[in-house]
Each structure stands twice: as structure tokens, then as C-alpha cells.
Design a protein around this ligand. Structure first.
Ligand code: NI
Length: 246
């Protein structure tokens, strides 16, 4: 089920028998020479929507812009400050809580969001803790790329060349979602360098084509179809544990 394609009466009926929702969250940033700018939003979104359709779980709007200042040296990247994303998450959770949702699972596609989403949860829980009231909402962060099945399949498909950014697995998943957007690009070097970075200028100098440690030229839509199935199973496990109170 999709929140954006439901009427308010349908949402009210859903809340009459269950109160959980999944919010895909990602980023809008460069993903190397053959990766789509929306990769980190497209991946959690297709996984969540596929799971939501199969298991009749409500899927909320994708928060498609994330914490990505280090990618601003590349055309098309759009970033939020951590404080901005915290404010967005607070208001989204407050809206859902007002309607009676009690379990909000953020399904994430961008490593750079992790610390900020967890900080947002601490802010939200803190509001109740400082007032001496129990928080009515359970919050959870899951990362599609860290699921057990996804990590195992990624190793099988790409070994060490999956990399850290503009990874082969995420590019494959977007190619499955958008097969008309497959881009054939010769990469040099074949596997990108790895390392640390600070700001956008530093990142651009160290990783000139945007990739980190990856060879996404190996990504295919067929791999993406397999990764989607693995990711949906991983999400099903995580979601079941979450609503069961784990
Ligand atoms: Ni990514």
C-alpha cells in the first residue's frame, strides 16, 4: 500500500487494524559515471514499495534528499544539513504520530544519513523523556544495503569491487528499476580508489569521477532483480522484528 496513492478514508481504515508504516529515505547525489543521481532514494523506495505491495504494509513518501555535503563538488548533487534533516524527520514523525501510527521504520539507502537519522530519533525520544512521559512512537532505522541476504549476494556477484560509493549493487538495483536508464561507460581505473574525505573539494580531488572503491560497470538489471528479491526478504525480517517489539 502506498500512502500517496491512498485516500484519507483508506488510511483511516488501515489504522483501524494496524499502525505501522515504512518511510524510504535516501539522497540526491552523484553516483559516478554510470550511476543515477537518485540512486540512494530509488533503491530503498523500490524495496519498500515491493514489500508493501506483497505484505499490505503502508509505505510513506520517500525522503529523497539527505546529508551529502561531500558530493556537492559534482553537478546535480543536492544536500541537506544534518540539522535540516533532523527537523524534517521530527515533523514527519509528529504528523504520523498525530494520526495514530505507532511504528515508523525508516528504510535507508544512504550511509551518510545514518548518524543524522539516529540523532533525530534521540531528539524525538528526548522530547518525551525530558517531560517524563512515555514516547508513543517506536522508531527504527534499517539500511537496505546492510541486510544479510543483500550483503551475501553482493559478495557473490562483485566480490571486493562492490566498493563504498557508487557501488555495483546499488547501480544494479536502479537499472532493474529503470532499465531504460542503463548507461554504458568505460571506467578508468576499472576499480576506483578507496580512502577518507572531509568536504566536497577534498572528495572531488581524491575521487575524481565520484566512485569510491567500486566497479559499477559490472552492474546489470538482471543482478538488480536478484538484489531486489534479497532486499525484500531482508526488509520483511527487519519489519517483523520491529513490529514484534524486538
Ligand atoms: Ni549510494
Amino acid at each position: 500500500m502506498r500512502l500517496d496513492l491512498s485516500s484519507w478514508q483508506e488510511v483511516q481504515a488501515y489504522l483501524g487494524h494496524r499502525t505501522d508504516i515504512i518511510i524510504p529515505i535516501g539522497s540526491h547525489e552523484q553516483h559516478g559515471p554510470n550511476g543515477l543521481i537518485g540512486t540512494d532514494a530509488i533503491c530503498p523506495e523500490i524495496v519498500a514499495r515491493t514489500f508493501g505491495e506483497r505484505d499490505s504494509v503502508m509505505i510513506g513518501p520517500t525522503l529523497g534528499i539527505g546529508v551529502a555535503q561531500h558530493h556537492l563538488g559534482f553537478a546535480g548533487s543536492v544536500a541537506l544539513r544534518p540539522t535540516t534533516l533532523i527537523a524534517v524527520i521530527r515533523d514527519v514523525v509528529a504528523s504520523l504520530t498525530r494520526h495514530g501510527f505507532t511504528h515508523v521504520l525508516f528504510h535507508n539507502g544512504h550511509g551518510g544519513n545514518i548518524a543524522t537519522v539516529q540523532a533525530a530519533f534521540a531528539e524525538i525520544y528526548g522530547d518525551y523523556s525530558f517531560r517524563g512521559e512515555p514516547a508513543p512512537t517506536h522508531l527504527r532505522l534499517g539500511n537496505w544495503f546492510m541486510g544479510r541476504r543483500v550483503m551475501s549476494l553482493t559478495r557473490e556477484l562483485y566480490g571486493d569491487s562492490n566498493g563504498q560509493h557508487a557501488t555495483a549493487n546499488e547501480v544494479a538495483l536502479t537499472y532493474h528499476a529503470h532499465p531504460d536508464q542503463v548507461k554504458s561507460v568505460t571506467m578508468s581505473p576499472k576499480v576506483a580508489p578507496n580512502g577518507r574525505f572531509r568536504d566536497a573539494a577534498d572528495y572531488r580531488t581524491r575521487f575524481p569521477d565520484g566512485r569510491m572503491g567500486s566497479d559499477p560497470s559490472r552492474a546489470t538489471p538482471a543482478d538488480g532483480a536478484r538484489l531486489l528479491e534479497a532486499a525484500v526478504e531482508d526488509l520483511r525480517d527487519g519489519h517483523r522484528d520491529f513490529v514484534a517489539g524486538g
